[in-house]
Design a protein around this ligand. Structure first.
Ligand code: 5AD
Ligand code: SF4
Length: 484
């Protein structure tokens, strides 16, 4: 299929990873890619349904694609959560030729060639209880070559009452750990320096060997397998769920220096009454206990969160409890949203969306203002400290400056000197804003341990080379004696 494909991706990092899986499937079918919409034979948009405004944005893009279709022959497909939610009904939009849900990407080449040859419109939205795309090596055309996402599981079984994800992404299933480790090792070989293990709820990762059902791997074991297999890679993961995160994960994080000290632990609300209505299955106190556990095991761990303002029946007192919990935890960062009712969710069926829009906005603004203060405080604590920063690329403002992230996932800007994307450099923090640390590269004398590690590695490489040569020599001798 000699077609040029253009892909736009909206929504979470899982969608970014999914677009890479879709690209791999299309590449194997002979397609190539373009980042110029006007040159594309096929336009794909990978979509998010989590809030109404995410869907509105995609509908706006579809209007643009419709205009493109007026000028020339081009096939437009909608992938992901909106495709799954709206199925055939989205085909009524004149821009759309097909919709394919998150578990049906393998049918992309067949659907596209059918429409190209025979015309018409199609939808493929079966959800699977097995599909993990474990055998597909994602094509990371949009990557910076430094950090990559690895999807470790799909779907979600939690049914938080506000959330549409369990309906658009189906039941939870865990990917074979061997394929996850192999993907991480391959990325390390290609020069990647950081991987983020992705799942809607990574703490419920639970793989059972189909050939021997007594063999199981949980998330802390998986994390350890990846950390050991790729000792030079930084390992991150998300998203953790407060009801499921276990101390085993915290101990594994504390034990391996290449696992980054950062946990994204969405709280959603500080009010136990609302948490129950949200079906989150923990109380304010349970959540705070998890924070205490994290801080005891890893005093230096960064903690970030997600918060929803104005969920059904939220009172001023509930809102104040969210603000007080934020102060108590002192989050290093947060994603904050106004509640958006989603069709068919438990909340849409059971609870009226009764907090007025202006009130939701006011509460959200208060939450954002408080988080800005907390983020600034968190960054100010870094001033004077030196961190190992993974260089990602030049700063948007100046070519002479580089940007990167500290192990705690703090964004950092500094004069480039000779640093290139992918380098690990030590940066001393001089000033900051709430969003950015500013610093300078410094030389850190190597510790005795680092020197010893280097000596061991050199020794190991020498031994490996000797073994390799011996194998080659033995093979040659064997071949000669066979010929004789
Ligand atoms: N309205 C607002 N925010 C939502 N989220 C999920 N569903 C909704 C909704 N209906 C937020 C939650 C979740 C994050 C990914 O999106 O905070 O953690
Ligand atoms: Fe949605 Fe809850 Fe699942 Fe997260 S854990 S994807 S918020 S249902």
């Amino acid at each position: 299929m000699d077609l040029k494909v253009y892909i736009e991706t909206y929504g979470c990092q899982m969608n970014v990873a999914d677009s890479q899986v879709a690209s791999a499937i299309l590449k194997a079918a002979g397609c190539s890619f373009t980042d110029d919409l006007k040159k594309a034979d096929v336009i794909l948009v990978n979509t998010c349904s989590v809030r109404d405004n995410a869907e509105k944005r995609v509908l706006g893009r579809l209007d643009v694609f419709r205009l493109e279709k007026k000028n020339r022959k081009v096939i437009v497909g909608v992938l992901g959560c909106m495709a799954q939610r709206l199925k055939e009904s989205l085909l009524e939009n004149p821009a759309v030729d097909f919709t394919i849900g998150p578990d049906s990407y393998r049918s992309l080449p067949a659907v596209i060639s059918f429409i190209r040859d025979k015309g018409g419109k199609m939808t493929e939205t079966n959800l699977s209880s097995l599909e993990t795309y474990a055998d597909i090596e994602p094509v990371r055309t949009d990557s910076n070559g430094v950090s990559a996402f690895i999807s470790i599981m799909r779907g979600c079984n939690n049914l938080c009452s506000y959330c549409i994800v369990p309906f658009t992404r189906g039941r939870e299933r865990s990917r074979d750990p061997k394929s996850i480790v192999a993907e991480a090792e391959q990325l390390a070989k290609e020069g990647y320096k950081e991987v983020t293990l992705l799942g809607q709820n990574v703490d419920s990762y639970n793989w059972t060997d189909p050939e021997n059902t007594t063999r199981k791997v949980n998330f802390s074991q998986l994390l350890e397998l990846v950390a050991i297999a790729c000792p030079k890679m930084r390992i991150r993961f998300q998203t953790s769920h407060p009801k499921d995160i276990r101390k085993g994960v915290l101990y594994t994080m504390a034990m391996y220096p290449n696992i980054c000290p950062h946990i994204h632990l969405p709280v959603q609300s500080g009010s136990t009454r609302l948490l129950q209505k949200m079906n989150r299955k923990y109380t304010r106190e349970d959540y705070l206990q998890k924070i205490t556990d994290i801080r005891r095991i890893m005093p230096d761990c960064a903690i970030t969160t997600d918060i929803i303002a104005g969920f059904c029946s939220e009172t001023e007192e509930d809102h104040q409890q969210t603000l007080s919990l934020m102060r108590e935890v002192q989050y290093d960062g947060a994603f904050m949203f106004q509640y958006s009712q989603r069709p068919n969710t438990l909340a849409a069926k059971r609870y009226p969306d009764d907090v007025p829009e202006e009130e939701k906005t006011r509460r959200l603004n208060e939450i954002i203002a408080l988080q800005n203060e907390l983020s600034l405080k968190s960054n100010q604590k870094c001033i004077g400290q030196t961190y190992q920063v993974l260089v990602e690329g030049p700063s948007k403002r100046s070519e002479s400056q580089m940007t990167g992230r500290t192990p705690h996932n703090r964004f950092c800007v500094f004069d480039a000197k000779d640093a290139k994307p992918g380098d690990l450099v030590w940066v001393k923090i001089l000033t900051c804003t709430q969003a950015t640390l500013m610093g300078e590269i410094v030389e850190i004398p190597k510790t005795l341990i680092e020197k010893a590690e280097e000596t061991i590695e050199e020794g190991l490489n020498e031994i490996k080379e000797k073994i390799r040569k011996t194998i080659v020599r033995t093979k040659k001798t064997n071949d000669k004696s066979k010929k004789k």
